[in-house]
Design a protein. Structure first.
Length: 581
């Protein structure tokens, strides 16, 4: 029997001379009905270009198929080579027979149209529905992906929904016409671990219900372990290894597959935490950072005159301290208050009340800033118009110091320390890779000899092998300079590798805090348990995620509302959790 999809010797190039600029080089695979293929690889490996070529969307991105064939078995059992199909033929196939989910829903949805209008478009184009029929079908589509109160949310615009909800809308749109093949291009990369688990559970459930085939593109092998039947590993535009899931994961043959599996931080439920630093409770050490009762609230306005109607309790009574040489990881979902806490400490957000102090452990120069920050996106946090020497000079100038020979020497020393050549000083940001740019951001943060580095999702935008190297660099720098790290992340596997202590934040409040190994191996709060149970790992390949439709409670409160004081319970020397009623 013919497979549903057969790709043979696919070659794709870009630019005016695509033959000289091949991005995909001779990729071949077959996909049977009801089967899931995971295409795994790092940025630039060609996995997304391969996916976009299947429905010929690559044609709209400057690419061109220059060789090979892509044969699709249609619903009438006829075979169509998509590489030679006409645009009218492709328009009938896109959405109707091949659905697509993209990585970033906010750039895939029209910001000025309601969710309902955008889902209805699929039913109008492919099923000829209109009016109330199209609206009813759109509501059914939202019900299908477990979006509560679907009728009301059809009237929402994209900015009124969370990232997880928007990705469900994208899935609803892609599945509107019951395609026999669904292509999911990094559909959960930007989502938190619990939302990611829900999307994976939803896809698995829909796949069982409809018996559709799926191509799932990702850089996280652990994520696909619970859903894929086959795996294809790509490097440099070629498929270097492919086979059954268990065969590839348990007995990888190609060195690159082995490297990928080694680089990915595998969550081990607290068994892989760092043991190079422990607090000595008998020895009094001045904290590098102390936060006491930090509260951040934002006004909510409504009505014609925009009068204040309430407050968003973004951060509520957060307390912790951080000693030199220690890493405290703050974990939680988007909107939980992680980044707002960090920004309040740095003065980027005004706090409502509470106090925090940073202690400069070492004798410092005039103008030293004891707390510095490394942001998530190295592409956005470096000025493209400045050379590296200008970028590294920025914090020094902002601190009111003059540039000197010593400043230049420190630049060279830090570049060497973060693994970049000294001639980098004369280069611009665009001349560096993503991992090198993040190393530049770390060097810039160290220019003023800080005591504390705040790392806000600092490795989440990096490929897994680059991520591993940056984590090693951070650990080495911490040991060398006795730096204290406030490490903000939603990736529990990464947190396990770098944290000494963990604070779990939920709806603006810390609900559990303590020694990393204790919190990860014996979580006490129900939310912490939910976070940990949602972490995808290779070891959990036989476990099915359960669909959880619980909603995070609203953080909007009436003016003057004050929450009741938290009741804390102690679990060991360094492990506390809020009591639950």
């Amino acid at each position: 029997m013919n497979p549903l999809l057969s790709v043979s010797d696919l070659r794709v190039g870009f630019g005016r001379n695509p033959e000289a600029n091949e991005i995909v080089r001779g990729v071949s695979f077959d996909l049977a009905g009801g089967e899931t293929l995971a295409i795994v690889g790092e940025s630039g490996s060609g996995k997304s270009v391969t996916a976009l070529s299947i429905n010929r969307l690559v044609d709209f991105n400057g690419g061109r198929i220059i060789g090979g064939s892509i044969k699709l078995k249609r619903s009438d059992n006829s075979l169509l080579d998509l590489t030679t199909a006409s645009e009218p033929q492709l328009e009938k196939i896109r959405g109707a027979e091949i659905g697509m989910i993209f990585q970033e829903p906010m750039t895939s949805l029209n910001p000025v149209l309601t969710i309902g209008r955008q889902i209805e478009e699929s039913f109008r184009l492919h099923r000829g529905l209109s009016g109330r029929q199209a609206t009813a079908a759109a509501k059914d589509a939202l019900d299908r992906v477990r979006i509560p109160d679907a009728a009301r949310r059809l009237k929402y615009c994209p900015n009124q929904l969370s990232g997880g909800m928007l990705q469900r809308v994208m899935i609803a749109t892609a599945l509107a016409c019951n395609p026999r093949l669904l292509i999911a291009d990094e559909p959960t990369t930007a989502l938190d671990v619990t939302v990611q688990a829900q999307i994976m559970a939803l896809l698995a459930e829909l796949k069982r219900e409809t018996d559709m085939s799926m191509i799932f593109i990702t850089h996280d092998i652990g994520l696909v372990a619970g859903i894929a039947d086959k795996v294809m590993v790509m490097q440099g535009g070629t498929a270097v290894e492919q086979g059954e899931l268990n065969q590839v994961l348990d007995h990888p043959n190609h060195p690159y597959t082995q490297h990928l599996l080694h680089s990915v931080p595998h969550f081990a439920a607290g068994r892989a935490t760092r043991e190079d630093f422990k607090r000595d409770e008998t020895k009094i050490v001045a904290p590098a950072l102390a936060v006491d009762g930090l509260t951040v609230r934002f006004p909510v306005s409504s009505g014609l005159f925009r009068r204040q109607a309430g407050q968003v309790h973004a951060v509520e009574n957060v307390c912790f301290d951080l000693v030199p040489g220690e890493t405290l990881a703050i974990v939680g979902e988007s909107g939980s208050g992680k980044s707002t806490t960090a920004r309040a400490i740095l003065g980027l957000v005004k706090s409502t009340r509470g106090k925090f102090s940073a202690h400069a452990e070492r004798a410092s120069r005039t103008g030293q800033r004891p707390v510095q920050m490394v942001f998530q996106n190295p592409y956005a946090s470096l000025n493209p118009r400045l050379r590296v020497d200008g970028i590294l000079a920025e914090p020094v100038i902002a601190a009111g110091e003059r540039l000197s020979t010593k400043t230049r020497e420190r630049m060279a020393m830090l570049l060497k320390r973060v693994g970049l050549p000294e001639n980098s000083l004369e280069r611009y940001p665009h001349e560096f890779s993503g991992g090198q740019r993040q190393r530049l951001c770390i060097a810039r943060a160290l220019m003023l000899n800080p005591s504390v580095l705040v790392l806000d999702e600092a490795v989440s935008a990096l490929d897994v092998s680059v991520q591993a190297k940056v984590l090693e660099l951070l650990i080495d720098l911490q040991r060398e300079y006795r730096l204290a790290y406030l490490f903000i992340s939603h990736d529990m596997a990464v947190v396990e590798r770098i944290a000494h202590r963990i604070a779990v934040i939920y709806s603006g409040e810390i609900v559990e805090i303590g020694d990393a190994a204790s919190v990860l191996s014996e979580p006490k709060h129900s939310y912490t348990k939910r976070l940990i149970s949602a972490v995808p790992t290779i070891d959990r390949r036989n476990e099915n995620f359960t669909l959880d439709t619980r909603q995070v409670p609203s953080l909007v409160r009436p003016i003057g509302f004050e929450p009741a004081p938290a009741d804390w319970k102690q679990f060991g020397a360094d492990h506390m959790a809020q009591a639950e009623g």
